[in-house]
Write a protein that binds this ligand. Structure first.
Ligand code: SAM
Length: 245
């Protein structure tokens, strides 16, 4: 991850795999729903945009990445180059679990968000199927049993722990709430999983011929009740509390 070749390959996948493209669009629309709840005033930044296409749906967003040349700005999630109380939304898709020290990111989010502003992130879920797929079949690690939130010393953003959102916001929720009392966990909602599974995501070949894409997309609806066991991703929304709450 991080090389120009990696970025171009991801861009090509999102352009040529309609089911993966569709899934991303569903994820982005969840983030837009979160943003719609925030009163106007303040900027919106996407962190770790990579080859994503959020800007097509939200032209006002400032896209950013650690890597130069692939988005509007170069930004490290651990040190946000924005004034206090200047952002209404911070959006991330598959980035939180790459941040070497998420405490630094969460402190920076607290500092830069306006009261009522949100962090909305698409992340890997923690269901039996997610554990199987991301723990056994995916090249990045999924380590739900590590005690620490930060990646071990010497690990860079291109390493990861895909179980991190579960660790911080579910397993260690009480610790999160005591360390970041200004950030409220507003929702952890499962996302459609069936079409993504068949799409092969951004790694595997799609298992679905283009012709069947609309049909498979429709089947997402029937997969919803099985999300607690088979869901692969969720959207985690944090809201900065209003003063006095
Ligand atoms: C798995 S990719 C996700 C890309 C895109 N958001 C998507 O959903 O396809 C993770 C991205 O986060 C970026 N990244 C990793 N660590 C970061 C950090 N500390 N700050 C900002 N971006 C980071 C990487 O350069 C990469 O583009």
């Amino acid at each position: 991850m991080g090389s120009t070749a990696w970025f171009l390959a991801q861009q090509e996948i999102l352009r040529t795999k309609p089911l993966t493209h569709r899934t991303y669009e569903i994820w982005y629309r969840e983030q837009l729903k979160d943003l719609a709840q925030v009163p106007p005033g303040g900027g919106v930044i996407e962190i770790g945009s990579g080859a994503g296409f959020l800007k097509e749906l939200l032209p006002e967003v400032v896209t950013s990445d650690l890597e130069p040349g692939i988005s509007d700005r170069v930004v490290d999630a651990q040190s946000l180059p924005f004034p206090d109380h200047s952002l209404r939304g911070i959006l991330l898709s598959h980035v939180f679990h790459h941040i070497p020290d998420v405490r630094k990111f969460l402190s920076e989010a607290t500092r830069t968000l306006v009261p009522g502003g949100i962090v909305s992130m698409i992340e890997v879920a923690h269901t039996p199927l997610a554990k199987l797929i991301f723990g056994k079949l995916h090249p990045e690690p999924y380590l739900p049993n590590v005690a620490e939130w930060a990646l071990p010393e010497g690990k860079s953003s291109y390493d990861s722990n895909q179980a991190l959102s579960w660790i911080v916001f579910v397993r260690d929720r009480a610790r999160f709430e005591s360390e970041f009392p200004e950030l409220q966990i507003e929702r952890i909602s499962p996302l459609p999983w069936f079409a993504y599974l068949l799409s092969g995501g951004v790694i595997q070949r799609s298992l679905v011929p283009k012709l069947l894409v609309p049909t498979v997309g429709m089947l997402d609806r029937f997969g919803k009740p099985f999300s607690p066991w088979l869901g692969l991703h969720w959207v985690v929304t944090l809201r900065k509390k209003q003063p006095g709450h």
